[in-house]
Design a protein around this ligand. Structure first.
Ligand SMILES: Nc1ncnc2c1ncn2[C@@H]1O[C@H](COP(=O)(O)OP(=O)(O)OP(=O)(O)O)[C@@H](O)[C@H]1O
Length: 328
């Protein structure tokens, strides 16, 4: 099956602002910035790919290239085989785009009016819009609010209206830049559930960026970890965990003497150990696996009452990928 969204060696360098323009520019570049450096990616129909990375990683630049708002300086970006630069008009008809900062909702207009105006600005004929607006409102559960003024809606509803806007053209791909940015955690959870259902129902290919890692984990998606324009990891979050997780092992012992003896034994095997009352904790990883660590305790294991393996939070897992530069 061929990919819906495909990036091949995609690169983008922002050139320094010419000297004569610096006087006029509010902010200007004195050196060139490599925002994307040979990025490869394939997202298929029905697949969500989470783009994760610190500020300046290149997420927004990638999205803007895909929707034709800026051009690449190397490589290519295609959606359903259409080139993001040459076929940008047609791409806009098959890609729904929800930008991160969006102050473009008309607060005094209704949801329906907002969708109508947006559709017209995108060049959609009125007849087509008359069909698409009720469909888009239904997809995001805003039918009851169709004629409500936007100013009176909750942040979660406003985010759903922005999603409805992205759905207007009947897209095959969705690009969502920080979709839950201004939304409280409960509404954010609802929005992500809605997106997941949509993807399954409509078989959309989705690129999504979020600074909230717990959300990305909940999506159970493919993940592209980026740093300063380069790809650090490309794969399933589950595989990422399998490869990089250094879980914490907690052994709860019967008495203080046993806790101290077990801690000494583990330290002698090179593990970093902390003792808290009857509980002995150590971080696993590398050659240290749970089974081997427990087996190595021999008869000492008889004094263990409870064993718990605590996975690393996704935040720490990703930090490990960024900081260790390849050694697991
Ligand atoms: N229009 C521009 N002109 C010059 N440099 C830019 C421009 N847009 C982005 N950059 C630079 O390109 C790099 C990547 O920025 P980009 O906004 O794509 O990253 P990001 O991962 O989306 O970051 P954030 O999470 O902060 O939005 C940064 O160093 C940024 O300063």
């Amino acid at each position: 099956m061929s990919a819906v969204i495909e990036l091949s060696q995609l690169s983008k360098v922002y050139e320094p602002t010419p000297r004569w323009m610096r006087v006029f520019a509010r902010s200007h570049l004195t050196e060139s910035v490599r925002a994307l450096d040979s990025v490869n990616l394939a997202v298929h129909a029905g697949e969500i790919c989470a783009i994760v990375g610190p500020n300046g990683a290149g997420k927004t630049t990638m999205f803007r290239i895909l929707v034709g708002l800026t051009t690449a300086t190397g490589g290519s970006a295609t959606v359903m085989g259409l080139d993001a630069e040459r076929d940008s008009e047609r791409i806009r008809q098959i890609v729904g785009w929800m930008p991160a900062e969006d102050r473009s909702l008309l607060m005094r207009a209704t949801c329906r009016e907002n969708l109508h105006m947006h559709g017209r600005l995108q060049g959609m004929p009125a007849k087509l819009l008359a069909e698409r607006i009720p469909y888009a409102l239904e997809q995001v559960n805003l039918v009851a609010q169709a004629d409500s003024v936007v100013a009176g809606l909750s942040a979660g509803m406003k985010a759903r209206l922005r999603l409805a806007r992205a759905l207007l053209p009947g897209p095959r791909a969705l690009i969502l830049d920080e979709p839950t940015g201004a939304v409280d955690p409960i509404a954010a959870h609802g929005l992500l559930e809605l997106i997941t259902e949509l993807v399954e129902r409509e078989r959309l290919a989705v690129l999504i960026s979020s600074h909230r890692l717990e959300e990305i984990e909940a999506l159970q998606s493919h993940a592209l970890l980026m740093d300063r324009g380069r790809v650090k990891y490309d794969g399933d979050l589950e595989d990422l965990r399998r490869e990089w997780d250094h879980p914490e092992l907690e052994l709860v012992t019967a008495d203080h003497g046993a806790a101290a003896t077990i801690a000494d034994d583990l330290r002698a095997r090179g593990l970093d150990v902390a003792v808290d009352d009857l509980s002995v904790r150590c971080r696993l990883g590398g050659k240290h696996r749970v089974g081997a660590v427990l087996a190595g305790l021999g008869p000492l294991a008889d004094s263990i009452e409870h064993v718990r393996e605590i996975p690393m939070p996704l935040r720490d897992l990703i930090a490990r990928v960024y900081t260790t530069g390849g050694s697991k």
